[in-house]
Design a protein around this ligand. Structure first.
Ligand code: C5P
Length: 407
C-alpha cells in the first residue's frame, strides 16, 4: 500500500515512543522506507539502536553532527521524504512547531520542509488541555499540519482522559490517507472555476481600455487544478497564453461577459478570481469608430462601475465552498488584502505587490501573502507556476477540511 513511499519519522520525548517502534515495523511491512530522527528527550525513551535496527538505516539525532551533515544535510533529510510524521508529538515539540523554532535537528527538519506533516500528539491530560497546548494545536491546524489522535483512556502517568497517542494502526491509516491522495487525485470530482487576464472595455469598435495583466498566474492556477484531477474552467480575458492541458477555456472580453460566464459555470467547488477586472467600463460606447476630426473635438468618455464578479459570486445561491480572490496592490499590500477579504466575503485573499519595482505584472515570479481569517502567511518569491502549485494544494486541503466539518 505504501510501496516506495519515504517517511521521515520524528520521535519526540514521551513514553508513547515505544509504540513508534511498532509503527516503523508496520510501515516497512507496507513497503515504505523509514528514516528516524530522535529528539534528545526521545533518546530517553527508545534507543537509537532500536530505531536503526527497525528502519535498517542510520538514525539522526544531532543537528551539528559533522558526519551526518557532510553526508546528508538537515535540509536534504526533510526534502527527501514524502511525508514527515512526528510520533509521539510532545507538548514541547508542538509548541516549537507552532512558534517556528528550530533549535535541534527535528525542529530544523520540520521548519525546512515543504512536504506534508502529520503529528500524533501524546502527553498528560492536563498538558493536552492546557490553553497553551490548545492554542498551539489551533496554529498547527491552520498551518495545514495533519493531526491524528490523541485518544482518551488510561495513561502511563495514572490519569485518565485525552492524551494517549493514537495506536500505530490509526497512525498508519492517517499516513496512507495523506499519501494515497497523490497529486493527480487531490481535486478529483471537484469543479474549479478560475478567472484570469485583463478585461477589455470597449470605447468604440476599435479602441478599448485595458490593463497590464498577462494572465500568467491565473493560467498557472488552472493548470495546477487540472493536474490535480479537477474539472477546470478558465474564464479568461484576452491574453497571449495557450490553453493549459486539460482545461476548458471560455474566452471573454468585458467584465460583464466574465460575470455571465462565471454564473453559467456554477455550481462549482472552488472559485479562484485571479483576473484583473476593469473597475469601470465606458457608458457611452460608440457603435462607430470615433473620428479625430469630429465636430465635437476631443471626445469625453463617461464611465460606469463594473459589477464586482467575486463579490457577486460570494452572494450567489450556489456560492462555491471555497472562494479565493487576489488583491493586486502597490502599497499597504497586507492591510488592503485584509480589507478586501471582508468586503468581498471571500475565504482567502492572495495579496501581492504589483508596484512597478516588484516586476510581478507581466513577470515570471510572484511574492504572495495568503490571507485567511486573521492569519497571514507571507511566502518567498517563487515562480508563478510554483505559487500556483502550492496554492492549489492549500485549497485542496482547505476544501477537504470544510467537507469534513460539514459531514
Ligand atoms: O477590488 P479589487 O479589484 O482590487 O479586487 C481584486 C479581486 O476581486 C480579484 O480577485 C479580482 O479578480 C476580483 N474582482 C472581480 N470583479 C471586479 C473587480 C475585482 O471579480 N469587478
Amino acid at each position: 500500500m505504501l510501496h516506495g513511499k519515504r517517511i521521515l519519522l520524528i520521535i519526540a520525548g514521551g513514553i508513547a515512543a515505544y509504540k513508534s517502534l511498532e509503527l516503523i515495523r508496520r510501515l516497512r511491512e507496507e513497503g515504505a522506507s523509514v528514516r528516524g530522527i530522535l529528539t534528545r528527550a526521545g533518546t530517553q525513551f527508545v534507543t537509537p539502536l532500536a530505531v536503526s535496527s527497525l528502519t535498517q538505516d542510520r538514525v539522526f539525532t544531532d543537528l551539528f553532527s559533522l558526519t551526518d551533515e557532510s553526508e546528508i544535510g538537515h535540509i536534504e533529510l526533510s526534502r527527501s521524504a514524502d511525508l514527515i510524521v512526528v510520533a509521539p508529538a510532545s507538548a514541547d515539540i508542538m509548541a516549537k512547531m507552532a512558534a517556528g523554532l528550530a533549535d535541534d535537528l527535528a525542529t530544523t527538519a520540520l521548519l525546512a520542509t515543504d512536504k506534508p506533516v502529520l503529528i500524533a500528539p501524546a502527553m498528560n491530560v492536563r498538558m493536552w488541555q492546557h490553553p497553551a497546548t490548545q492554542r498551539n494545536l489551533g496554529i498547527l491546524r491552520q498551518s495545514d499540519i495533519a493531526i491524528v489522535g490523541p485518544n482518551e483512556g488510561d495513561m502511563a502517568c495514572g490519569e485518565f482522559g485525552p492524551g494517549r497517542m493514537a495506536e500505530p494502526q490509526e497512525i498508519l491509516k492517517a499516513i496512507s490517507g495523506l499519501l494515497d491522495t497523490g497529486e493527480k487525485d487531490r481535486l478529483k470530482d471537484c469543479k474549479v472555476i478560475v478567472t484570469a487576464g485583463p478585461t477589455f472595455e470597449p470605447i468604440d469598435p476599435i479602441r478599448y481600455i485595458a490593463n497590464r495583466s498577462s494572465g500568467r498566474q491565473g493560467y498557472a492556477l488552472a493548470k495546477a487544478a487540472a493536474a490535480r484531477g479537477a474539472k477546470t474552467v478558465l474564464i479568461s480575458g484576452p491574453t497571449n497564453l495557450p490553453a493549459p492541458p486539460g482545461v476548458r477555456v471560455v474566452a471573454v472580453e468585458t467584465a460583464e461577459e466574465m460575470l455571465k460566464a462565471c454564473e453559467r459555470e456554477l455550481p462549482a467547488d472552488i472559485g479562484i478570481f485571479a483576473a484583473a477586472v476593469a473597475d469601470w467600463r465606458i457608458s457611452n460606447v460608440s457603435s462607430e469608430k470615433i473620428k479625430k476630426t469630429g465636430a465635437s473635438g476631443v471626445p469625453s468618455l463617461a464611465l460606469t462601475e463594473n459589477p464586482d464578479i467575486l463579490a457577486g459570486i460570494a452572494r450567489h445561491k450556489w456560492r462555491p465552498r471555497l472562494l479565493v480572490g487576489f488583491a493586486a496592490e502597490t502599497e499597504n499590500v497586507i492591510e488592503n488584502g485584509k480589507t478586501k477579504l471582508k468586503r468581498k466575503s471571500a475565504d482567502i485573499i492572495i495579496a501581492n505587490d504589483v508596484s512597478a519595482k516588484s516586476g510581478v505584472m507581466g513577470g515570471d515570479r510572484n511574492r504572495v501573502h495568503v490571507i485567511s481569517g486573521d492569519q497571514v502567511e507571507s511566502w518567498d518569491i517563487l515562480s508563478k507556476e510554483e505559487v500556483a502549485s502550492r496554492l492549489m494544494d492549500k485549497f485542496a486541503q482547505r476544501l477537504q477540511s470544510t467537507r469534513k466539518a460539514a459531514e
